[in-house]
Ligand binder design. Structure first.
Ligand code: UD1
Length: 364
């Protein structure tokens, strides 16, 4: 083993469930010192601290507390705050996950200080450079030393970009590791009763992509579509802060909250949200991670985007890529309802052991 001190970076909600299993797997290596850094990109308790408790993660050793800001401001603040941590702690390796601003900001700092980088969830491509996440993915992969992929498309994309095979490791999906570990606990919670929905009898909806919620006409059309969807089954929407603030800005929040069949709640914790996914008749989303979790759970998923960086959820899973057109969403929903079944295939290596494989590549 050559690495003795590793820094793990978390920053935003989709990061915590990816680092948690990795941190746990690396605890098996007793000579290793692990340092957990939280950038503070997400800062509200429901988007951040609650997850640490639920996932059984230690509190971060270092909090950068960068808070909100434009992409440039946020990325710059993280870079400025993370560099002194690297200079002080002198890690041998920095682990970054996913595609958020914290991922690229911390990877850039590490690269400039000649510290090796491991990127977990490498190689995913939507081929849409208008998505901030796509920019973050491509650039992070370009400067990383270890590229850990979750699905075959990741390996293919990296090969086409000229990344040597020796740097790429197909290990499976750490997010599914967390799901496998925590699903029994999630299923024991009274989430559905508390939220007033019945098992298998509601639609779970998440929307927060700028392309869906920042433009007034697009958001209006999606809200109208959800009102129609609610005529089929009750609709449960844990509301992302970005979506809430846009609904407020456009003066529609009250209207949506009182719409028949629509139940709005605050963003849910990890376990409650897993329970809601498992109990849904179908899921409508524009999230990346939920396409993967619903595939593992075998819940039909209608993705309200024009592209996905996670094609295995379509070829091996329950996902359908539909875009944000009203009639297409409703038609896909009608097809999806009724296809929820017990037995379902999952993509290769989505087996709950991805973190062990990563630890073994880096530390054995
Ligand atoms: C970020 C990620 C996205 C991820 C999403 C999950 C990037 C480029 N985007 O997008 O990939 O899917 O997180 O949530 O990194 N806010 C709060 N409390 C918080 C965090 C945010 O109120 O804890 C508010 C912000 O002030 C802002 C809005 O929510 O007004 C959007 O947050 P931001 O982190 O800028 O981007 P996301 O859209 O959440």
């Amino acid at each position: 083993m050559s690495y003795r001190r590793i820094v793990h970076v978390v920053g935003a909600r989709p990061n915590y469930m990816k680092i948690a299993p990795l941190y746990r797997a690396m605890e098996e290596y007793s000579a290793l010192e692990q340092i957990l850094v939280h950038t503070g990109q997400h800062y509200s308790p429901e988007m951040s601290t609650h997850f640490f408790d639920e996932l059984g993660m230690p509190r971060p050793d270092v909090n950068l507390d960068v808070g909100p800001g434009s992409h440039a401001v946020q990325t710059a603040r993280i870079m400025e705050a993370f560099e002194p941590v690297l200079l002080d702690r002198k890690p041998d390796l920095v682990v970054v996950v996913g595609d958020v601003n914290s991922t690229i900001a911390c990877a850039l700092d590490a690269k400039k200080l000649d510290i090796p980088i491991a990127h977990v969830e490498a190689g995913l491509r939507s081929f849409d450079m208008r998505m901030p996440e796509e920019v973050n993915r491509v650039l992070t992969d370009r400067i990383s030393d270890y590229l850990f992929t979750t699905e075959a498309s990741g390996n293919e994309n990296l090969a086409k970009e000229g990344v040597p095979d020796s740097m790429v490791h197909f290990v499976g999906n750490v997010m599914i590791d967390s799901l496998v570990t925590h699903l029994p606990k999630a299923m024991a919670r009274p989430t559905l009763e508390t939220l007033g929905v019945s098992d298998g009898e509601y639609l779970l909806v998440t929307i927060h992509r700028p392309s869906n919620v920042d433009d007034q006409a697009t958001l209006r059309s999606l809200i109208d579509t959800l009102r129609e969807a609610a005529e089929r089954k009750p609709v449960l929407i844990p509301l992302h802060p970005r979506t809430r603030s846009n609904l407020e800005k456009f003066g529609w929040l009250e209207d949506v909250m009182s719409a028949p069949g629509i139940r709005i709640c605050d963003p849910l914790g990890y376990l409650d949200f897993l329970r809601c996914q498992r109990g849904a008749a179908a899921i409508l989303t524009d999230s990346g991670g939920i396409q993967e979790e619903s595939t593992y759970l075998g819940i039909p998923c209608v993705t309200m985007r024009d592209n996905t960086e996670r094609p295995a959820t379509i070829t091996h899973g329950t996902n359908r890529l539909i875009g944000n057109d009203r009639s297409q969403i409703l038609a896909a929903l009608d097809t999806a309802l009724g296809t929820r079944s017990g037995a379902h295939p999952v993509p290769p290596l989505w087996d709950g052991k991805a973190a062990e494989r990563i630890a073994s590549v880096l530390l054995s």
